[in-house]
Design a binder for this molecule. Sequence first.
Ligand code: C2O
Ligand code: CU
Length: 552
Amino acid sequence: GRVRHYKFDVEYMIKTPDCLEHVVMGINGQFPGPTIRAQVGDILHIALTNKLSTEGTVIHWHGIRQFRTPWADGTASISQCAINPGETYHYRFTVDKPGTYFYHGHYGMQRAAGLYGSLIVDLPKGQNEPFHYDDEFNLLLSDLWHTSSHEQEVGLSSKPFRWIGEPQSLLINGRGQFNCSLAAKLVNTTLPQCNFRGGEQCAPQILHVEPNKTYRIRIASTTSLASLNLAISNHKLVVVEADGNYVQPFAVDDIDIYSGETYSVLLRTDQNPNNNYWVSIGVRGRLPKTPQGLTILNYKTISASVFPTSPPPITPLWNDFERSKSFTKKVIAKVGTPQPPKFSDRKVFLLNTQNLVDGFIKWAINNMSLALPPTPYLGSIKFKLNNAFDQKPPPEKFPQDYDIFNPPTKNPNANIGNGVYTFHLDEVVDVILQNANQLNGIGSEIHPWHLHGHDFWVLGYGEGKFKDGDENKFNLTHAPLRNTAVIFPYGWTALRFKADNPGVWAFHCHIEPHLHMGMGVIFAEGVHKVGKIPNEALTCGLTGKLLVNKRH
Ligand code: C2O
Ligand code: CU
């Protein structure tokens, strides 16, 4: 493959993504950051310079497995030290699988601050995807708050706790409309009709199409919180790819997409070419308080300013979880794609609960709430710096009699920790994620869990508490490969993966405030087989001291 060079300058900027001015994080003056487009086998070389004046930064390449380059995973405290203001870090890694990916900040809540962009990997020239399309579009979905990520972060870590609330705007490719509606003429709203002269940063990016063609629409969600549903009026969507893996094609009217997931859908422009149509995204899974995000599908036969004749698609009811499950379960592997090993070597049960730690509200996994250490694990494990983090591994199961249907009333307390689950290289691991009731008995919510460094097979989703015998229902014949999977309220989700990638990898809820509140774990495997870690990944904490001492 060829080497593709990029220079990324990360900085805070004033932009008007939803027609109001906000401070956002951008790259090279752009928000969202530039789209990276590469071919399978290419080596990406991204020289990332921190142009923030007072804080560190890193960028994670979401969905890229980083075989042989675990120090390029871009996770502060895990794979590298945060890059200091003024410093440049060199991300060099191979993209080995075609698909739709994205990248984002992975330090503090910088993703919520807007540090993200798209990463698309094409097949090499001459090779064809297992489906046909004439052209494509890319939609990167996100949610926007009018409070800064710093204010959110402080509120989440305060006593009394301050929740971030619902987003003010939903963005499609970084564009939304807070004080006007594109559809005001057709819907019941107090907002005025949007009127754009041209050139506004919040004007929607219109999808211009020709009739009777097939378009691939790549969709990625980097939301901080929102679970979204995307629909295009009058048009069917045929799902063909999920998280960079081919799936058995299926047609739907709309798709659910959770933070951390990506999809490709095919759309046939077979509707009346004298109309334009809505592309809508709306909130699901939580009581929506945010207007839909909208843009237009424009048949080039007419002007893009011709107003659609009917209102935008109505987002399915937020709490119709049966509908959500039915969509999620339709995603199965394309016939002929690799299937999971028949047996696992190890089973890890992870109970997701909301707890108190010294009266602070946290999320905990088997009663441990993750707080990352100052020395990144990759270096501290490789150089056996045993003081760098808790040497006691976290529990691999939870008490059998734990009542997932009720809040943890008897003992609401959890512990803060940073221990590591260590796997043998090539061990086949099952993870059973178990959902439960929250702290105040307010219910159980959806969490999209994302694994770094691997794809996993989703073996199944179940209701209630996982019990002996449930593994007999695992789907071992067409389990989809993914890097993100949700747990539904009061349910479990079972995953299988092969620990075949030497390194240290985060596995966490992709909801930014949940991760900040401790909802994650750390996996490590084969770290002794990791090649020479570049010094620039090691310059902080105990590995930083090691570097200094070696020099004297
Ligand atoms: Cu896209 Cu660890 O996250
Ligand atoms: Cu969560």
